[in-house]
Design a binder for this molecule. Structure first.
Ligand code: UT7
Length: 332
């Protein structure tokens, strides 16, 4: 039986560190408010002309490939999770394809926002399980710092998000009880407009007009409290669904890497699942919420810090815009 196994992890974050104090000079906010409500102390902002979603992905991918002992030519397929593609179209997958010496392989973009990386991983996992591809690059990369208005009007979202990228190399293995054990995906489109960016979309006759800028309609909208309460419900639920698939329980988890949405959400999930601090990854204090990139960045840091050992059970989970939520269990 074929399974897929992560054989290399990589990440890249832009150089520019933006602290809460920096933001408080641009808008009516404070370090105290941001730390208390979100746990974030600083985040990275991309540098125009140097970083793009696809270039950051290429840097993370190069590290992941090297650690997997693979060359770009060995990759059979690219699955790219992002909500902030370099262009409206084509997607970022093809832009990554031309940045490293890949063959003319397939490249698909996944639009599942905060759950993007897990959706991407599950897509890649199916191709490997069916024997279609042997080596797949899965990436999550985001530039968020330019979609929010750094003003009083935009403060509720501007302080939360950051830029960065993470990547993994997924390879076929016949080792039993190794690699991705299960993935669980969910959506509930009734809540699509509770965390969304309407424009430029194709619903209206004009995709955009100057008034939209003026009215703030080009800014994302988030019903923070509703997202928060749903995240608290669905994070444990979707992790336990995955555990049940494998006849495992909360205490079998060696490391939980939740999407970094808010430190308060991570702490609440940790408490609900009775996991000690050393079994939970939290790096939102340094990177903010990097949407589809947050899980592969967390995974990469944990691996670099020696927090992942052979045979460990890793749980990853996410909840966000859509609403979409997902989990996966990985036996390292
Ligand atoms: O990854 C995508 C999924 N997203 C999430 O999971 C986010 C989930 N939601 C959250 O993390 C929280 O709802 C937030 C961090 C977004 C907001 O925290 P909150 O405790 O729900 O605060 P709030 O929106 O209710 O705002 C409380 C107060 C308001 O003032 P009043 O009405 O009480 O006078 C806001 O206007 O804080 C004010 N406020 C701010 N103050 C200083 C909102 N943003 C800021 C700010 N600085 N940046």
């Amino acid at each position: 039986m074929l399974h897929s196994k992560i054989t290399g992890v990589g990440m890249y974050v832009p150089e520019t560190v933006v602290t809460n104090h920096d933001l408080s000079k641009m808008m009516d906010t404070s370090d105290e408010w941001i730390v208390e409500r979100t746990g974030i102390k600083e985040r990275r902002f991309f540098k125009e002309g140097e970083d793009t979603v696809s270039s950051m992905a290429a840097k993370a991918a190069a590290v992941a490939l090297e650690r997997a002992g693979k060359k770009a030519e060995d990759v059979d397929f690219i699955v790219f999770a992002t909500l902030s593609s370099d262009y409206n179209f084509p997607g970022s997958g093809v832009l990554l394809q031309r940045k490293l010496p890949f063959r003319q392989i397939g490249a698909v973009d996944i639009r599942a926002q905060c759950s993007g990386f897990i959706y991407a991983l599950s897509v890649a996992d199916q191709y490997i399980r069916t024997g279609t591809y042997k080596t797949i690059l899965v990436v999550g990369s985001e530039v968020q710092s330019n979609v929010f208005e750094k003003s009083d009007r935009g403060r509720s979202l501007a302080v939360i998000f950051g830029d960065g990228a993470g990547a993994v190399v997924l390879e076929a293995t016949e080792e039993s009880n190794k690699g991705i054990l299960t993935t669980r995906l969910h959506s509930d489109g009734r809540f699509a407009e509770e965390l969304y960016l309407e424009h430029p979309g194709s619903r209206r006759k004009e995709r955009f007009n100057p008034d939209m800028m003026e009215n703030g309609e080009l800014l994302p909208y988030m019903n923070g409290k509703l997202v928060f309460v749903n995240a608290l419900k669905y994070f444990p639920e979707v992790i336990r669904e995955a555990l049940a698939d494998c006849n495992l329980k909360d205490s079998d988890i060696d490391l939980l890497i939740p999407h970094q949405a808010n430190a308060r959400i991570t702490t609440a999930v940790q408490k609900e699942m009775k996991l000690p601090d050393e079994k939970v990854v939290s790096n939102i204090d340094r990177f903010g919420n990097t949407t589809a990139a947050s899980i592969p960045i967390g995974l990469c840091e944990a691996w670099e810090q020696g927090r992942i050992k052979d045979g460990d059970l890793i749980a990853i989970a996410a909840f966000g815009s859509g609403f979409m939520w997902a989990s996966a269990l990985i036996r390292w």
